[in-house]
Design a protein around this ligand. Structure first.
Ligand SMILES: O=c1ccn([C@@H]2O[C@H](COP(=O)(O)OP(=O)(O)O[C@H]3O[C@H](CO)[C@@H](O)[C@H](O)[C@H]3O)[C@@H](O)[C@H]2O)c(=O)[nH]1
Ligand SMILES: [Mn+2]
Length: 677
């Protein structure tokens, strides 16, 4: 087989992979549905509004600053919804007294914040976001401006208290309330359940603040705790014991409710995309408890067959664990029994019981009920299971986004997040929910299944990597990658049309040409690093060498208006930051190889007399190399020009193996070591 054949076969393999992905994505985009809410119709039935339990998970007071968690909670407490129908549960996997302290302080501030928001119909109800903008001059001297000043001052006090407490952990030693936290470690402690604020219906401001509950499940070094997924299941159990709302809303601690009418306007049908992706979603408790549409009569009550199957004591204990109180709450939820007005503190003992790390042992939690455990991307995993049971979901995308949040800051964090997602997706591809298995069975529709199959996108990393190196390989081996003459013209036209189409798609969403260019770069970088490393992670898992882990992304709270802009179409998404992580290794390798190939080509050192059927390499292959270099431009700039110290010298140590390719890389290294001195 000649070199020419090999190159073309490899290219054909890559093209086949890309075509498959393109086909799947086309299927996903084919007939988009548009759901319209009619909030005015809901207003008349305000007394029928159901209870909603809101879950906010947090895991690490350093990577997730408590003031951010507090803002998430405050934004949820202040939405336009009857306060006595809401309960906010904060799960703290970090078992941090600081988080608990912040929540207690926030509950005091909530008594000012919630009435203020409702009185003046404030749109954005996360205080950090609201106070980024100055008050307008027109309102000077008015009652509103006085209230605004007072509320802002109180919020600043709250921020300062949280900040001071961050630096001074002794603060907590003096109060009895913090005793539960003494001698605890994030991965070694008993269950802690604290009712921070209970809405007893009182009068005035007190009536307006929904319940706030702090929980932290038991952790022991030898028990797997299943990260966010385990936290969600614990949240489901504790809220079941306390308020047992038929609807559950999950908002991660790095997001906030951006629209005051988030429930009244849009929530009831479920703010759930066709595929459930993490935060900002409403679920029904009965669905999370494993019911399928077949178990229900037309009026929504449980069928007699399902009653026999579900509601025997034996079956309940096997599925939901041994707690009697828990079983009672499950029966109530499944039968839609009205909730008696519970006193929350009465359920603390039962809540502690369901937080034991062995509570789920040999039950169905994480297996067929609740959030499912066999993938670090628990959202997508659980989503497939729900759709497979025959449920449908709806996606509501209002003009004012219902929830906003922060993206990981900087490329290293973003790459880490992409790697975790991709690892989770590959896990799904091979677990029992896999969309590959039983393509036509279960209750999931064919196109829905195809949509889920998009998770194979991350396997594209291998053909992407090959394609980034192929033009350089051809240049170095003097073999042709592209056809010549008319066929080259056709190839260029097709590629050009595809580029124009994606550019049009981008611009029609309000993004600029520059962000289109940046996105082309970013996705090549993500594919050749995060996705590639995720394949590596899975291989290690399959070989039994290591387990996949949930690395929490580091969050930052914006402090100034410019930083505070939401990650919308106009934000500056063109900044790249580098550090010494291994994630930058493939990109740097690609750049160096392409640079070497171009250098060899330009000085005419290619292997001569090596041209086969398709002829030798030429300008087209060189242009291919230039294109790859342009896509990896940030790597080129960072590695060649050593723009600033942000490019960690460690990375150069790691790239040393490739240095012989490039004499001037060596000189760059010398420069860097001189800088170090
Ligand atoms: O052991 C853990 C780890 C994480 N979390 C919480 O999980 C949420 C998501 O973690 P984050 O680091 O922000 O990850 P993201 O990649 O931003 O999360 C997205 O991707 C996850 C799947 O990988 C989904 O679970 C999330 O809902 C979705 O927003 C945060 O509130 C964390 O506090 C825990 O409660 N316990
Ligand atoms: Mn997040």
């Amino acid at each position: 087989m000649s070199e020419y054949d090999t190159v073309w076969r490899v290219a054909f393999f890559c093209e086949t992979c890309f075509s498959l992905v393109c086909l799947l994505i086309t299927c996903l985009k084919w007939s988009p549905a548009d759901t319209k809410p009619f909030p005015d119709r809901l207003d008349e039935r305000v007394h029928d509004l159901p209870l909603v339990d809101m879950f906010v998970p947090t895991a690490d007071p350093v990577r997730e600053p408590p003031i951010m968690v507090v803002n998430t909670v405050l934004s949820l407490l202040a939405v336009n919804y009857p306060a006595n129908k809401l309960a906010c549960y904060v799960s703290d996997d970090g078992c941090s007294p600081l988080t608990y302290f912040s929540l207690k302080e926030a509950s005091k501030f909530a008594k000012i914040w919630v009435p203020f928001c409702k009185k003046y119909n404030i749109r954005v109800r996360a205080p950090f976001r609201y106070f980024l903008n100055p008050i307008s001059d027109a309102t000077e001297g008015s009652e509103f401006s006085k209230d605004w000043e007072t509320t802002k001052r109180e919020y600043q006090k709250l921020s300062r208290k949280v900040e001071d407490a961050t630096g001074d952990s002794h603060l907590f030693d003096v109060e009895d309330d913090f005793e539960a936290f003494s001698n605890t470690k994030p991965n070694d402690h008993s269950t802690i359940v604290k009712v921070v604020w209970e809405n007893k219906g009182g009068v005035g401001d007190e009536k307006e603040v929904p319940h706030i509950v702090y929980i932290s499940r038991e952790k022991r070094p030898n028990y797997v705790h299943h990260h966010k997924c385990g936290a969600m299941n614990f949240l489901a159990r504790v809220s079941g014991l306390m308020t047992n709302a038929p609807y559950i809303l999950n908002v991660d601690c790095d997001m906030y409710a951006n629209d005051a009418d988030v429930y009244l306007g849009r929530g009831i049908a479920g703010i759930q995309g066709p595929i459930y992706i993490g935060s900002g979603c409403v679920h029904t408790r009965r669905v999370m408890y494993g019911l399928s549409p077949d178990d229900l009569e037309v009026n929504g009550s449980l069928s007699s067959v399902a009653t026999r199957e579900f509601l025997t004591e034996d079956s309940l204990a096997r599925r939901f664990g041994s707690s009697k109180e828990m079983i009672k709450s499950v029966v109530d939820a499944i039968q839609r029994n009205p909730n008696p007005q519970n006193i929350l503190t009465n359920s603390i003992e039962a809540a502690q019981e369901v937080g034991h790390c062995h509570y789920e042992h040999q039950t169905s939690w994480g297996n067929t009920i609740g959030w499912l455990y066999d993938s670090v991307a628990e959202d997508l995993n659980t989503s497939i299971e729900i759709h497979s049971r025959g449920w449908t979901s709806s996606y509501i995308s209002p003009d004012t986004p219902a929830f906003l949040g922060s993206m990981p800051q900087g490329l290293p964090e973003a790459l880490l997040q992409q790697r975790r997602w991709a690892t989770g997706w590959i896990e799904i591809l091979f677990n029992k929910q896999s969309p590959l298995r039983g393509m036509f069975c279960k209750k999931i529709r064919f196109r829905q299944r195809l949509a889920y199959l998009c998770i194979i996108t991350c396997l594209r990393s291998i053909p992407e990597l090959i394609y980034c190196l192929l033009p350089a390989y051809c240049l170095l081996h003097n073999s042709a990658l592209f056809p010549k003459g008319t066929y080259l013209g056709i190839t260029i036209t097709l590629v050009g049309m595809h580029c124009l189409y994606t550019l049009w798609e981008f611009m029609s969403l309000g993004y600029s040409v520059k962000s289109w260019l940046v996105s082309q770069s970013v996705w090549r970088i993500v594919a050749t690093s995060s996705w590639l490393f995720s394949i590596f992670d899975i291989t290690l898992k399959l070989l039994g060498i290591s387990e996949t882990v949930f690395r929490i992304t580091k969050k930052t709270v914006p402090h100034g208006p410019s930083e505070g802009e939401d990650d919308g179409p106009n934000s500056d998404s063109s900044k790249f930051e580098f550090d010494g992580s291994l994630h930058f290794l493939p990109g740097t390798f690609i750049v160096l190889v392409n640079l070497a190939a171009l250098a060899v080509f330009s000085v005419g050192l290619q292997r001569s007399g090596y041209s086969h059927g398709g002829g030798g390499s030429g300008l087209a292959e060189a242009c291919g190399c230039v294109l790859v270099m342009m896509l990896f431009l940030p790597f080129l700039i960072e590695s060649m020009l050593l723009k600033d110290e942000a490019f960690h010298p460690d990375l150069l140590e790691e790239t040393e193996v490739f240095s012989p390719l490039m004499p001037h890389v060596l000189s760059a290294r010398e420069k860097s070591s001189r800088k170090k001195e």
